[in-house]
Design a protein around this ligand. Structure first.
Ligand SMILES: *Cc1c(COP(=O)(O)O)cnc(C)c1O
Length: 368
């Protein structure tokens, strides 16, 4: 029977393995009998949820019996005001993951069109393209993890509907100046959109040098994705938004499930945009932590990749898998990059000053 049932499954779906989000805090506490575990693996904001947002979520909890406004008009308006853009260009989603999925399904015809990105890239681009039955092409990044624009452009043809770029990039932290991305966008054929995923843009310094927003026009082929999961510390609530040309935004609103952004996320997002004190503090913690961790890791003999994000990728002089396991035993979770094809590299999310110091202390211990 189960064999018969699995015959019902589309081939694209059969190729899927369960998504592995990395290790959880409780899991590691239990496994190693630890009372405290520090997670520096998923690029979450180490300050936790802002007090203003927590208050908003609590005081809005009684609204949970209501449906949210279809397509979250108030939230879109708040985002648009925050960015100084027309709300007609904003679509909110259940994390940027949902928006990535919708873009692929909205723009590309299965079995005919293709999508282009770098290798490595954020896994969701590849997974959702595969689920849709759309060809996914990847160009290798340069060896130093900077963007190989020429190789990327070589993969683009008249059937390419979307080019995905992450800037600052994950897992390297590399960011290209917006002017370079703009030059690349101008070389794309008509009918191909450049989607720039700016999940980490709030940590780039200076932001205006890297963000594509100043190049955004309501009628061009540029789409920018942003999320509340990183700087705004709402990864568990699931909220992101896309900035799109008006025509694309209009169609995306039609195909999006009308209530995919829930009513608490809607309220929390608006409060998060208001709490500029929290984002200012977060940025200070990340900027200082990035400098501290970079210099300490270099002192330990690691090759450190320069980062414009809230994490650092590094190449330790000792086996990376060994370091990862030994840190885990001591209650520090970081991210091995073997699933990206880089068994020799590690990625650490920037923590609070205290967490960063504990991490470095254990790194010293583990590396002898
Ligand atoms: C974390 C991350 C996101 C955010 O995804 P959400 O669905 O909004 O949580 C998007 N893109 C990249 C490259 C990321 O690393």
């Amino acid at each position: 029977m189960s064999e018969q049932l699995s015959r019902l499954i589309r081939n694209e779906v059969k190729s899927f393995k369960p998504y592995s989000p990395g290790l959880g805090i409780d899991e590691i506490k239990k496994k190693y009998g630890l009372s405290r575990v520090i997670k520096m693996a998923s690029n979450e904001n180490p300050l936790g949820v802002s007090p203003l947002v927590q208050e908003t979520i609590s005081s809005s909890s009684g609204l949970a019996f209501r449906y949210p406004g279809a397509n979250n008009p108030e939230l879109c308006l708040a985002v648009a005001r925050h960015l100084g853009l027309d709300p007609a260009c904003i679509v909110c989603g259940n994390g940027s993951d949902e928006l990535i999925d919708l873009l692929i399904r909205m723009l590309s015809v299965p079995g005919r069109d293709n999508i282009v990105a770098f290798n490595p890239c954020f896994s969701i681009y590849r997974l959702q393209a595969r689920l849709s039955g759309v060809e996914f092409r990847q160009a290798e990044l340069n060896p130093d993890f900077s963007f190989a624009f020429k190789e990327l452009l070589n993969l683009v043809d008249d059937k390419t509907r979307v080019v995905f770029l992450t800037n600052p990039d994950n897992p390297s932290g590399y960011a290209a100046p917006a002017s370079e991305l703009h030059r690349f966008a101008s070389k794309l054929p008509q009918g191909c959109c450049l989607v720039v995923d700016e999940a980490y843009i709030d940590f780039a310094d200076p932001l205006d040098h890297y963000s594509m927003l100043s190049f955004f026009r309501p009628d061009s082929n540029l789409v920018v994705l942003r999320t509340f999961s990183k700087m705004y510390a709402l990864a568990g609530l699931r909220l992101g938004y896309a900035i799109l040309p008006v025509t694309l935004a209009d169609y995306m609103r039609r195909i999006r499930l009308p209530f995919s952004v829930n009513i608490l996320a809607e309220k929390a997002g608006q409060a998060a945009l208001k709490d500029s004190e929290f984002t200012r503090q977060s940025l200070a913690v990340i900027t200082r932590g990035r400098e501290f961790l970079s210099s300490e890791l270099k002192n330990l003999g690691c090759k450190v990749y320069s980062s414009q994000a809230n994490f650092i990728m590094f190449y330790p002089p000792v086996n990376a898998g060994h370091i990862f396991q030994e840190l885990l035993k001591r209650g520090i979770i970081i991210r091995p990059l073997d699933s990206y094809g880089f068994a020799h590299l590690l990625r650490v999310s920037i923590g609070t000053a205290e967490e960063n110091e504990i991490f470095i202390k254990y790194m010293q211990e583990v590396m002898g």
